[in-house]
Design a protein around this ligand. Structure first.
Ligand SMILES: [Mn+2]
Length: 399
């Protein structure tokens, strides 16, 4: 049985097999609270030409299934997984998919998809599911009584397993390598999209399958735009460039931001604000521990920024932390105090549009029993260290 699990995991996870415990998915299903849970996989649709197929993360989290379609029903921890039968006509277009006929060992009872409606109609009591799945379930069986599965799923997903942490480190390492690569090529005259390309090509060449989010490469005034996405501007000497760029590897997101001088050297004013943001970032990391809330962490950042001779707290216009995992803004309840096993970002920023000055520094940390560990520690963030690396390894910047 174990070996069958392992073979299935191999099939599902590809290169990341060694990082996933074969029974992780069954353990998660067993950890759900009592009751009947039903989740559906994202169906394969025409017109996925822009971004490709993306499996619903909660469905993946409970089943390990990355192929389109499918469903899972879990009653008091015992699971039935429903798979579509082979559709040879469609496979001509989009390739072979895991099908009911394959009889994969998923640690659950396996049934064809067309038996789900009958099983749903026979459920006694409420059906826990995600709000967006209700219309599809209602079509399968009328008169169902629903309850939101989100709190249970969030509770589980907020605590990362050893296997998840190992995969996340892969996404983090690829994202770190991307940032380091950017420091080598950034120079006046380069376009933001060229920098974005230099970064994403690093993680794609490592086998990461997509961006965790559209890369944000904002130079000069664009650094003050939080979700800047055009990446179309030519960078100039004397400006900063803010890079909020992360890879998605084996389904898990990296999310890292660094802000560096285009010509390799901070101006005194840029350095002053940079140090203030860095101080706030370190204060938040020091305060991050079990029992702390994300709201409290934001206050720590604001309080630290306000201690600057020019109070800067009002210029941090966004939150300072979010959970991260299968989603970059992971499925989580931000009001629940942090607990060991949580992975969150720490990302204070200061934005001064009048000065075309935007600085954000973002790391990812793991909450531990004692406090926290910085998972992105291999990427320097001290201003002097960044300047030194850019001077040693950087492109000819003409200064
Ligand atoms: Mn972030």
């Amino acid at each position: 049985m174990k070996w069958n699990h392992l073979a299935t995991t191999l099939l599902l996870m590809g290169a990341c097999l060694a990082l996933v415990r074969a029974d992780d998915f069954a353990d998660r299903r067993a950890a759900l609270k009592k009751g009947t849970y039903v989740l559906l996989g994202t169906p394969e649709q025409d017109g996925e030409t822009r971004d490709g197929f993306f499996q619903e993360p909660n469905f993946y989290y409970l089943t390990g299934l990355r192929d389109p379609g499918g469903a899972v029903m879990i009653t008091d921890g015992v699971a039935t997984i429903y798979l579509d039968k082979r559709n040879a006509k469609r496979e001509v277009w989009t390739g072979r998919k895991l099908a009911f006929e394959d009889q994969p060992a998923l640690g659950a009872t396996l049934k064809p998809m067309d038996t789900l409606a009958g099983d749903l109609a026979a459920v006694k009591g409420k059906v826990f599911t995600l709000p967006e799945l209700r219309p599809r379930l209602q079509k399968l069986a009328s008169g169902l009584e629903f309850e939101d599965a989100s709190p249970s799923l969030q509770r589980l997903r907020m605590r990362k397993s050893a296997g998840e942490l190992a995969i996340m480190q892969k996404a983090i390492d690829a994202s770190i390598a991307a940032h380091k690569a950017s420091w080598k090529v950034v120079r006046p005259g380069l376009y933001e999209y060229e920098l974005a390309n230099a970064m994403s090509s690093v993680y794609f060449s490592r086998g990461c399958e997509r961006h965790a989010y559209a890369p944000i490469v904002g130079s000069g005034p664009n650094g003050t735009v939080l979700h800047y996405f055009r990446n179309s501007r030519r960078m100039d000497a004397g400006e900063l460039v803010l890079m909020d760029v992360g890879a998605e590897c084996s389904g898990y997101a990296g999310d890292i931001t660094r802000t560096v001088p285009v010509n390799g050297k901070f101006t005194p004013r840029q350095r002053e604000i940079y140090e203030a943001v860095l101080k706030a970032e370190k204060a938040v990391i020091a305060a991050a521990k079990p029992g702390a809330t994300i709201k409290q962490l934001k206050q720590v950042a604001i309080d630290t920024l306000n201690k600057h001779r020019q109070p800067l707290g009002d210029f941090m216009i966004h939150g300072v932390s979010h959970h991260i995992g299968l989603d970059v803004h992971d499925f989580a309840d931000n009001d629940v105090p942090l607990a060991a096993g949580a992975v969150i970002t720490v990302e204070p920023g200061v934005y001064l549009p009048k000065e075309s000055l935007g600085i954000r520094i973002e790391d990812m940390i793991l909450i531990t029993e004692q406090g926290s560990v910085v998972l992105t520690a291999d990427l320097p963030k001290e201003a002097a260290e960044i300047e030194k690396i850019m001077a040693q390894e950087g492109a000819a910047r003409g200064h």
